[in-house]
Design a protein around this ligand. Structure first.
Ligand code: ATP
Length: 198
């Protein structure tokens, strides 16, 4: 089993790469999606977050309100650290378990799609690191378009993360998303085709 860690920055094109890999039948485990599942009402992570942050982060139905939770931790490194300490270990455990199950079923490779792969240290557990790269201005423009954010807001969100150039230093493969989405898809196709040849 080969584990590929796929990462990038906000708006760099990571989800676009994941979707293309899935279209090729590659197993992709999306850390954000796993986190959503683990935070569903009644699950241990939901309970731990509620106990840590109180009623204010629940909606009227008792589900975690991710927007409120985001506002609670935004700009507060201590609160963000507490939240991450509750969620990240559970996500990591789920990724490992699902990967072990896939390996036992004979799946040859899995892609872990993890926004904070490098910052959180999970890159040490993968066989290859793939970084999706775009220029800062392209990230800003794509975040504005996708999230209908203002330029200032998009810029703040990009600036809050590690610069992509720093992540590239950890990469075994860099997917260059400074061109069109078709260019990016062609790079994914070539990497998948190379597996077929090996
Ligand atoms: P996030 O981590 O914020 O979800 P991401 O890295 O997963 O970001 P995507 O969701 O793949 O990024 O892409 C962000 C937006 O930019 C999407 O609307 C996508 O369609 C668009 N996009 C991606 N690549 C390109 C490209 N090469 N040219 C133009 N738009 C692009």
């Amino acid at each position: 089993m080969t584990i590929i860690g796929l990462t990038g920055g906000i708006g760099s094109g990571k989800s676009t790469v994941s979707r293309r890999l899935e279209a090729h039948g590659v197993l992709v485990l999306d850390a954000d999606r796993v986190a959503h599942e683990l935070m569903e009402r009644g699950r241990p992570v939901w309970r731990a977050v509620w106990e840590a942050f109180g009623w204010a982060v629940l909606d009227a139905c008792g589900a975690l309100d991710r927007a409120r939770l985001g506002r609670t931790v935004f700009g507060d490194p201590v609160a963000l650290g507490r939240l991450n300490a509750l969620v990240h270990p559970a996500v990591r455990a789920a990724l490992r378990e699902r990967t072990a199950a896939a390996a036992a079923a004979g799946v040859p490779r899995v892609v872990w799609d993890v926004p904070l792969l490098i910052e959180g240290g999970l890159y040490r557990e993968v066989d290859q690191v793939w970084v999706v790269y775009a220029a800062v201005e392209q990230q800003v423009e794509r975040v504005m378009r996708r999230a209908h954010a203002s330029a200032g807001e998009a810029r703040r969100r990009v600036a809050a993360q590690w610069p992509l150039a720093a992540k590239v230093a950890y990469a075994d493969r860099v997917l260059d998303n400074t061109g069109s989405e078709e260019d990016l898809a062609r790079q994914v196709d070539a990497l998948v085709a190379a597996w077929g040849a090996s």
